[in-house]
Design a protein around this ligand. Structure first.
Ligand code: EPU
Length: 302
């Protein structure tokens, strides 16, 4: 999808939107998969309602990209524009036990920035790629914690109301890899309320989580983290492993040898390869265990 109309381009520019044409989604996603489209970078949250109206008036479909770390995007020329928040400066402001964080901020950097201000709780998320906005939307978690537990307030664009709103943490439901946000809501910023801990203690927790992650997950390889959610009381990775599917490949899409719920792009995998592999593994798990695995990875197929 391209923005060609000079008048529309000028209107976008007036809204503080930078246009990058021919942006390659393979370069913007941790899986390294995805075709090309125009990327619109939003520099002012306040311009979003008007931006959305403008795109709708021109009947231009769009999708909202966070950090691209839990996403499988289709191949070729994509039929929608991509919207993404530009990173503001500063991304994080600390006020006592509160961290005000822009949705575009990197998750790992947020954890360490807060740690340097003696604010902990988020140690488990160290090493999880992506942005704060993406982590918030899916209630990212690891090693017994989830980001939702620390959310005091969220600023978001509510698509249904076409306006920017502030929600209190208590108005949002945070469940395992799921939140009550609507699929077309856009996370803009969050205020986290974090427990005071010494930097030394937080660093110790971070080291332990890093070590566990390094020993069980394929960190150096292109992946979208776990492909499937864990079914209640079970582990998708263990089930796939028990079926002997580590190393199973379609083209360069491959079930990781290290953790069977991570599917890696071992070279030039296409979205089609990855989707075929996901469907194959899902079918085999269903046949063997009678369990329909639910995707954790978000699929934007073209
Ligand atoms: N296991 C296997 N073979 C494998 C993978 C796992 O036998 O190939 C076994 C492990 O030995 C362990 C059990 O399955 O006994 C659970 O494995 P692990 O501790 O790696 O946890 P997981 O349930 O596979 C979850 C999250 C991860 C998170 C870790 C640590 C999901 C889908 N995955 O993995 O999150 O990092 O716990 O808390 O909830 C993600 O969401 O993308 C993600 C990576």
């Amino acid at each position: 999808m391209r923005v060609e109309d000079p008048k529309l381009k000028a209107e976008l520019s007036d809204l503080g939107v930078d246009i990058r044409s021919g942006a390659c989604m393979a370069e913007l996603t941790s899986l390294g998969i995805g075709g090309t489209t125009n990327l619109l970078r939003i520099t002012k949250h306040e311009s979003i309602p008007e931006l959305i109206l403008l795109l709708e008036r021109h009947q231009i479909p769009y999708k909202f990209l966070g950090g691209g770390s839990n996403l499988l995007i289709g191949d070729g020329e994509l039929p929608w524009l991509i919207l993404q928040l530009a990173k503001p400066d500063p991304e994080i402001v600390i006020e006592g036990n509160l961290a005000h964080v822009d949705a575009a901020a990197d998750l790992g950097r947020t954890v360490t920035f807060c740690a340097k201000h003696d604010l902990g709780g988020m140690e488990g998320l160290i090493g999880v790629p992506g942005t704060i906005g993406g982590a918030l939307r899916m209630n990212a978690g690891a090693y017994g914690m989830q980001i939702g537990s620390y959310v005091r307030e969220v600023k978001l664009y509510r698509a249904a109301k076409r306006s920017i709103e502030i929600l209190r943490g208590t108005q949002i439901s945070f469940e395992y890899r799921h939140t009550s946000f609507a699929p077309d809501d856009m996370m803009l910023a969050v205020t986290l309320e974090l427990p005071s801990k010494s930097f030394k203690e937080i660093l110790q927790g971070i080291r332990i989580c890093n070590e566990k992650r390094r020993s069980s997950q394929p960190l150096g390889q292109k992946s979208a983290g776990c492909i499937f959610k864990n079914p209640p009381g079970a582990s998708a990775g263990r089930m796939i492993d028990e079926l002997g599917l580590k190393g199973l490949s379609v083209g360069d899409a491959r079930v990781s040898d290290r953790h069977a719920n991570f599917f890696v792009n071992a070279g030039q995998a296409s979205a089609k390869d990855m989707l075929t592999l996901i469907a194959d593994v899902r079918g085999r798990v269903e046949n063997a265990f009678g369990v329909k695995l639910e995707h954790e990875v978000v699929v934007w197929d073209a």
